[in-house]
Design a protein around this ligand. Structure first.
Ligand code: HEM
Ligand code: HEM
Length: 543
């Protein structure tokens, strides 16, 4: 007679491991609720993924660099593999970075991958942020996730800056000097802050070890925490989707996370890694051996920060060198304080709180899971475009010397152009973008009412030529007409029917005025009404 135990077939090994884990971690319930989670498909949703994958690549390569990099400002005489530097006195930080390039196996490639991945990481974050901005994906309930993302962007900038400074070469030292200047220009506390950061007079012997701790531990640690929170929120809110048939504020149309999305994401990771590796293998970045070690009394020509710091560099180069000595001998360096201590943080703050500003102006407190087509939010799109143009102008300002040399122009002419463009270009771009959006809305309206121009010309029996218009499909009609066209906020009459004045706070008046700019006449083209559509369809007014 056989026992019950003999009869029971042994479960496959994988299932047994899963059972074991489920008993302790509850993975079945977790997987059941999340594995079939739907992800909508659109190429622009891959931008966040590029940021994610380049961040992973940065961490992997960073760990390798940490094995060989020596974060010390102690002076040594170089005798490594790079002969032209033999006998030169330098810090251990610089010497160890030379060693990473010339003595460590794979060191140069890993260093290049780390640097290229950093540039792509910040660029992808920037473009991802623009995607979120232009489609209105930051609206309720995602405002907090916008703030998390914003913090990732700022921390990414500073992590990049501290990393860039670690090799202690002439270029990066010049960047640290720039930062010291900004700190010193801060009224009242500047000198104390600088002394605190550098552990005494610039450059001292402390800044590299301190930047190292911040670069490999503190800042990436905070970033990993924020990133986890960011992705949990993406999961929790579910992803937004572009308007289309069957897509509503209460559903998500797309592919399940497992297996489709996971397979795609895995492949995409290797694609991003591959592109960064090819870039790093082919194009030299930051050849510190050609720059030499940092010395405070030297600056090389054409010194440039990485692109994401170019905005602040432009601000400072365009600003006139205003400096006043106050009674009592206190120097106020407005030429540095205005751009770096006031304008730069102010710009960052406005970006951080933008979702709250917009919802205050529009009075829109509803949840949005369907994205805006940028043309249907002309004011927001125009603000975004104006901001990008402003950023580019400042980037040009940050490279004024490079432009002057390459285009054989006077550096003063470039600087004056940037000063004027700083005020003029964003205004022009704002107006032009808004008009383009309205033009596109008008085209949508025409397409809805009259169909798509087919490009086929027909001659009627009485001799008239007409162009054939093809009607749009139901899906296309839905996409072009699903958006709402809210009315601007009204504050109502200031005097009631009994002649009693109602006090309207100034902030409400400002809000109403801004709301008119957002939704009022001239900011949206009324979409075709069902009546207009029916009339055209029934044959009247057709051409
Ligand atoms: C370390 C940097 C970042 C990573 C790795 C990251 C990653 C992601 C990923 C993978 C998604 C989902 C897919 C997508 O929509 O692209 C996402 C969504 C989102 N991200 Fe980021 N992000 C980063 C930075 C930012 C920044 C700088 C912002 C804005 C300031 C931001 C705001 C958002 C918002 C609001 C969503 C939700 C969008 C939606 O549901 O449509 N993120 N992020
Ligand atoms: C957002 C994250 C990060 C960014 C944007 C970033 C960026 C950079 C940049 C631009 C450099 C200068 C590279 C060069 O010499 O050309 C650098 C250097 C360095 N990074 Fe990072 N990094 C990040 C995270 C990390 C992490 C997590 C680690 C370690 C676990 C790390 C370790 C290092 C080391 C040791 C160096 C100095 C060696 C060298 O300059 O080649 N980094 N980093």
């Amino acid at each position: 007679m056989s026992t019950a135990t003999d009869n029971r077939r042994k479960a496959p090994a994988g299932e047994r491991v899963a059972d074991w884990a489920d008993g302790r971690l509850g993975i079945y319930t977790l997987a059941k609720t999340n594995m079939r989670k739907i992800f909508p498909d659109h190429w622009s949703f891959m931008l966040g993924e590029v940021a994610l994958y380049s961040f992973i690549i940065i961490i992997l390569t960073g760990v390798y660099l940490t094995l060989f990099f020596v974060p010390s400002m102690a002076e040594v005489e170089y005798h490594g593999a790079y002969v032209p530097m033999h006998g030169v006195r330098m810090t251990e930080a610089y010497a160890s970075t030379l060693d990473i390039n010339f003595d460590v196996r794979g060191g140069l490639l890993i260093r290049q991958i780390h640097h290229w991945a950093a540039l792509i990481f910040l660029a992808s974050m920037f473009v991802h942020m623009m995607r979120v901005f232009f489609t209105g994906a930051f609206r309720k309930p995602r405002e907090v996730n916008w703030v998390f993302g914003f913090l990732l962007f700022v921390l990414g900038m500073f992590t990049g800056f501290t990393g860039y400074s670690l090799p202690d070469d002439l270029l990066s030292g010049t960047g640290v000097r720039f930062m010291e200047g900004a700190i010193l220009a801060t009224p009242v506390v500047g000198t104390y802050l600088s002394m605190f950061l550098f552990g005494g007079e610039f450059p001292g012997t402390e800044v590299i070890p301190r930047f190292f701790a911040a670069h490999v531990l503190l800042l990436p640690g905070i970033m990993v925490g924020l990133l986890v929170a960011h992705l949990i929120l993406v999961f929790y809110h579910k992803h937004t989707q572009f308007p289309g048939p069957g897509k509503t504020n209460t559903n998500v149309v797309g592919m399940p996370l497992l297996p489709v999305y996971m397979a795609k994401a895995g492949g995409f990771f290797f694609l991003v890694f591959g592109v960064i590796a090819v870039l790093s293998a082919l194009f030299t970045i930051n050849p510190i051996w050609a720059l030499g070690p940092y010395r405070p009394d030297q600056v090389s020509t054409g010194a440039q920060p990485d692109w994401y710091m170019g905005f602040s560099e432009g601000l400072i180069r365009a600003m006139p060198a205003w400096e006043f000595v106050l009674p009592g001998g206190y120097t106020l360096n407005l030429g540095v304080a205005i751009p770096l201590v006031i304008v730069f943080p102010l710009v960052l703050t406005v970006i951080a709180v933008y979702p709250f500003i917009e919802s205050w102006v529009t009075g829109d407190k509803r949840e949005h899971h369907i994205l805006d087509r940028p043309r249907n939010a002309p004011t927001r799109t125009a603000i975004g475009a104006a901001w990008i143009s402003w950023y580019l102008v400042m980037l040009l300002g940050g490279g004024n010397d490079i432009f002057a040399i390459h285009f054989d122009m006077s550096i003063n002419a470039v600087t004056w152009f940037v000063r004027i463009a700083f005020f003029v270009v964003p205004v022009i771009v704002f107006i032009v973008t808004k008009r383009i959006c309205l033009g596109l809305q008008r085209r949508d309206r025409d397409k809805v009412l009259h169909g798509r121009e087919a490009g086929i010309i027909k001659r009627l029996p009485h001799g008239e030529f007409v162009e054939v218009h093809e009607p749009l499909s139901q899906e296309q009609l839905h996409t072009l007409t699903q958006h709402e066209q809210p009315k601007p906020l009204e504050i109502g009459p200031e005097v009631d029917e009994n002649g009693v004045r109602r006090k309207v706070p100034r902030s409400q008046k400002l809000r109403a005025r801004l709301s008119r700019g957002w939704y009022g006449e001239g900011s949206q083209i009324p979409k075709a009404t069902p009546e207009e559509f029916k009339e055209i369809q029934s044959g009247h007014g057709h051409h």
